[in-house]
Design a protein around this ligand. Structure first.
Ligand code: F6P
Length: 534
């Protein structure tokens, strides 16, 4: 499937990206797309016109448009679980009908959204109160998609946050629940148990611990609990009143779920208007994805750049570098979105892949990363494509003192990665004393930057709810396109099951010392040694 691209890559792999700029004076324009308030620049990559054409042909050959339409229509494209994939319906505020098993899902989505608005207004206004009065703190207990999306969005949109303080507990490590709850007043706290399945062991343990904590002072703790789940019977069993339970359907994947009830903490923090703007932004990206021609289609282009770097150039990791402190949780969010979606070894038919699937996605906000791992990005032996994100404007009135410095740093990094600094350039910068030094050559070599390291930059006007919605939806669709090109199911996650099963068995072994014959000697020994340290 990648033959033409691989062959072409062999021809151009040693060429410098700067050479492409010399050849095409309009390259900066030709290899970038402005979509309203988002500007994607992929000119600092080794992609030229023939490469782009080959990539677009690949997307066409893999049937992206047809597959995309099938997803939006609600077809059962998550074949290993027999489910539709309809997170896009959660932001379809136009309410055009979408059918799953011949039933229009829109009325129930809008009804739930309305209930979320009413509930969040009541919490924010103090009408819904705890035993000790108005709610001052909201604790979202969830993990994976039931945590990362809401936590990332609440942090990203801090300038719009005028509700109770939101906290997020995910890790089963007792220190997490302890450190959050120990600072809160149970009588003024609302706990949201967010779990699609309502069976995830970490979440259920943390929920129980929070319940016990609240029971210490609150007479009816369940009145200060809300739940978000597809498993209403289980939320009933927990004892949470249905007035505080917000349901959704199994066609919303965990890592795609922040747009619906899993976003309850977001709507409580930011209010209904900002939450709706987030949805509107995402919906606008859905429309763009559905209607823009491939050459101008942001999710398709971003995915094609990804395929070029990962499957063709064999760069196995990608750094996500938001020059936006409020997006510092974006790399972690994208790790789940991309690696849980596309970290697969078999295609839709279960046949082994003969190419690599998802790259390792990692990153950190700039400029912090510059003082940590950028050394390796610039001079390490591996080439790591970098994805910069930055806002043209900040919310703070520090344009001159901070924001111009932030922008300069962001743009300087992609320039430095691409251009590098040759031995000759280093020499021309050294002083005459240096040049006459006996170890002159050796000294100079340490200062050489090979350059020719690719990057993309996503420049957006300002991190508003609407623009954040667009950015997240852009990444969601990029994952979909990459998955479709690779021929895998981006919507299941069987790879997390084995560890879960073994952990249950090991917990029994740790607790009771019961049968452990099926465990490897190393694992058995780790248990034994841990016990000697209790
Ligand atoms: O890590 C596996 C996973 O199933 C994720 O896909 C999901 O987001 C997370 O666990 C939490 O699941 P739940 O919302 O059902 O608790």
């Amino acid at each position: 499937m990648f033959d033409h691209l691989l062959k072409y890559f062999q021809k151009v792999k040693d060429r410098r990206i700067t050479y492409l700029f010399d050849q095409d004076k309009k390259r900066a324009m030709n290899f970038s797309v402005l979509q309203e308030d988002l500007f994607l620049d992929f000119s600092k990559t080794n992609i030229d016109q023939p490469t782009l054409e080959l990539l677009i042909n690949l997307a066409k050959f893999r049937g992206i448009s047809k597959a995309r339409d099938a997803m939006f229509r609600g077809e059962l494209i998550n074949t290993s679980e027999g489910r539709a994939v309809l997170h896009t319906a959660l932001r379809n505020l136009e309410a055009t009908p979408i059918y799953v098993n011949k039933l229009d899902v829109m009325p129930s989505i809008l009804q739930t959204l309305e209930r979320m608005k009413v509930f969040s207004d009541r919490v924010r206004s103090g009408q819904f109160s705890g035993q000790g009065g108005a709610i001052t703190d909201v604790v979202n207990i969830g993990i994976g998609g039931s945590d990362l999306g809401p936590a990332m969005v609440v942090k990203a949109l801090a300038p719009y946050d005028d509700g109770p303080n939101c906290h997020f507990i995910s890790n089963v490590d007792g220190s997490h629940v302890h450190d959050v709850l120990s600072k809160l007043n149970p009588e003024k706290t609302l706990v949201i148990v967010a779990s699609k399945t309502f069976t995830t062991s970490e979440t259920m343990k943390n929920a129980q611990t929070a319940y016990d904590w609240m029971s210490g002072t609150v007479n009816e703790p369940c009145l200060q609990f809300a739940a978000v789940s597809t498993a209403i019977q289980k939320t009933d069993e927990f004892g949470i009143s249905r007035d505080h339970v917000f349901g959704f359907e199994d066609w919303v994947g965990g890592r795609y779920s922040l747009w619906g009830p899993i976003g309850l903490s977001i709507i409580i923090a930011l209010g209904a208007e900002a939450f709706e703007s987030l949805l509107i932004g995402a919906h606008e990206m859905d429309v763009h994805f559905k209607t823009a021609e491939m050459e101008k289609n942001l999710p398709i282009l971003l995915a094609l750049v990804g395929v070029w770097h990962n499957q063709i150039c064999n760069y196995s990791t990608r750094a996500v570098l938001p020059y936006d402190q409020r997006l510092s949780k974006l790399p972690a969010y994208l790790q789940q979105l991309e690696m849980e979606s596309n970290g697969k070894s078999v295609d839709l038919d279960g046949s082994p892949l003969d190419f690599h699937s998802s790259p390792v996605v990692w990153g950190e906000s700039g400029t912090n990363g510059q003082h940590a791992f950028f050394q390796l990005l610039h001079q390490g032996t591996r080439i790591i494509p970098c994805e910069f994100l930055v806002a043209a404007q900040s919310h703070e009135p520090y344009l001159d003192h901070h924001h111009k410095t932030l922008l300069s740093n962001c743009f300087a990094q992609s320039e430095a990665l691409m251009h590098g600094r040759s031995f000759e350039e280093v020499c021309s910068k050294l002083s005459s004393d240096d040049i006459h030094h006996e170890k002159f050559e050796e000294q100079a070599r340490h200062r050489v930057f090979q350059g020719n390291r690719p990057s993309t930059t996503l420049l957006y006007s300002k991190l508003t709810p609407k623009i954040l919605g667009k950015i997240i939806a852009l990444y969601e669709h990029r994952v979909f396109v990459e998955g479709k090109i690779l021929g895998i199911n981006s919507f299941d996650q069987w790879g997390v099951e084995l560890g879960k099963e073994l952990a249950t068995g090991l917990e029994n072994f740790l607790t009771t010392g019961s049968d452990s014959n099926d465990l490897n000697a190393s694992t058995q020994n780790l248990v034994k040694v841990a016990k000697t340290m209790w």
